[in-house]
Write a protein that binds this ligand. Structure first.
Ligand code: PLP
Length: 400
């Protein structure tokens, strides 16, 4: 009998790791690349956060913690949730894990039986469908379009719900589109959920602090506090505080779900890293000046990249309201041909042409369940963004 379980046939390597391999191969061949694929802040973790971790090490905070995190971290998370949502989450309604990613994985593990459905609006973060299928669930991908800002609408949600629907995933600000759901839009979706009491909503709010709008990013639980028991909020310190390597994320929701996740945590990793938890407390409770500065810098880079892409014929960038990616419609380039006469028939053809002719790397829309687009990151220096735009302009000018 084969070693690997059947479920392994239902999960594939993340497209981002595949692209990273391609980039490394290119670099190994001595060819320069401009990776617009970056999915993490290029800033360093703030000093006061690093200091807190060093202090924790010296103070001997180097042992197992409780599976749902240290009391200090749980308090810091509760305080942040209260500031953001106005909701006070109690003991047992919070779980802590090795990144938001692990919490989403555990939430599906804890709740999906064979054949249960999860509604995933496309474009989606690449990991959601695989995290559903590996646990025997069925991703129900719902296409959205530019006309609704690539957002799920109440009627699309209503049409997609079946007897088997367990979750709908909402990601705001969205990766890859940068779309933010307004409070009114969330209220519209909440109306549909009220009529469907068995459906829960997983709100991935990991980019909520990287926000370019005048108002804070609304949370689903603020728009529909009466649905709080069915809303699972997921967040973390990775993107907000440039802490992707520290691996701390958290979730808030019903005690039943959070307890289940904590049980799974206790039987898999025991607990998140104690040192990283101390760092996360400093990040959440400490001076937020770092975040404000980072957002100002991201906003400048966003404008640079959006205006650069917009000036290239055949590209239609969407102005992101949050996060650090520009989602770009490149469907107008389909059917063109490269100087050697090769036809651009797919996103992959276009990405390959761009890489070959200018070394710029983007992640194509098919990875996000929405072909005819690509995602370009601006978690890069302004100079690199300028170089990337010049490279893209050159590559695309070669197409006929
Ligand atoms: N959710 C979204 C939408 C993301 O883009 C990412 C990271 O790329 C994550 C979750 C994972 O974040 P974490 O580092 O907390 O696991």
């Amino acid at each position: 009998t084969p070693l690997l379980a059947e479920r392994m046939s239902r999960v594939k390597e993340s497209p981002s790791s595949r692209v990273a391999d391609r980039v490394r191969a290119f670099q190994a061949a001595g060819r320069p690349v401009i990776p617009l694929t970056i999915g993490e802040p290029d800033f360093d973790t703030p000093e006061h956060v690093k200091d807190a971790a060093i202090q924790a090490i010296h103070a001997g905070e180097t042992k197992y913690t409780s599976a749902d995190g240290t009391p200090a971290l749980r308090e810091a998370i509760k305080a942040r949730l209260l500031r953001k949502t106005g909701q006070s989450y109690g003991a047992g309604e919070i779980c802590v894990g090795g990144g938001a990613k692990q919490l989403i994985f555990l939430a599906f593990l804890a709740t999906l039986d064979e054949g249960d459905e999860v509604i995933i609006p496309a474009p989606y973060w690449v990991s959601y469908p695989d995290m559903v299928t590996v646990h025997g669930g069925r991703p129900v991908v719902v296409a959205t379009t530019a006309s609704t800002g690539y957002k799920l609408t109440p009627s699309l949600l209503r049409e997609s719900i079946t007897d088997r629907t367990k979750w709908v995933v909402l990601n705001s600000p969205n990766n890859p589109t940068g779309a933010v759901y307004s409070e009114a839009e969330l209220r519209g979706l909440a109306d549909v959920l009220r009529a469907n009491p068995r459906v829960s909503v997983l709100c991935d709010e990991i980019y909520d602090a990287i926000n370019f709008r005048a108002q804070p990013v609304p949370s689903t639980v603020t728009a529909a506090p009466d649905l709080r028991e069915r809303i699972f909020l997921v967040n973390g310190v990775s993107k907000t505080y440039a802490m992707t390597g520290w691996r701390i994320g958290y979730g808030a929701g019903s005690a039943a779900l959070c307890t289940a996740i904590t049980t799974l945590q206790s039987q898999s990793s025991s607990c998140p890293s104690s040192v990283s938890q101390a760092a996360a407390v400093a990040a959440l409770d400490g001076d937020q000046e770092f975040v404000e500065r980072a957002v100002r810098i991201y906003a400048e880079r966003r404008d640079l990249l959006v205006s650069g892409l917009d000036a290239i014929e055949g590209l239609r960038p969407v102005i992101p309201q949050g996060g650090f990616y520009v989602w770009t419609d490149c469907s107008a380039l389909a059917g063109t041909a490269t100087p050697s006469g090769a036809r651009i028939e797919s996103d992959a053809d276009l990405a390959e042409h761009i890489l070959e002719t200018s070394g710029v790397v983007v992640i194509t829309g098919d990875s996000y369940g929405c072909p005819g687009h690509f995602r370009a990151s601006f978690a890069l220096s302004a100079d690199t963004i300028r170089e990337a735009v010049a490279g893209l302009a050159h590559s695309i000018s070669l197409l006929r």
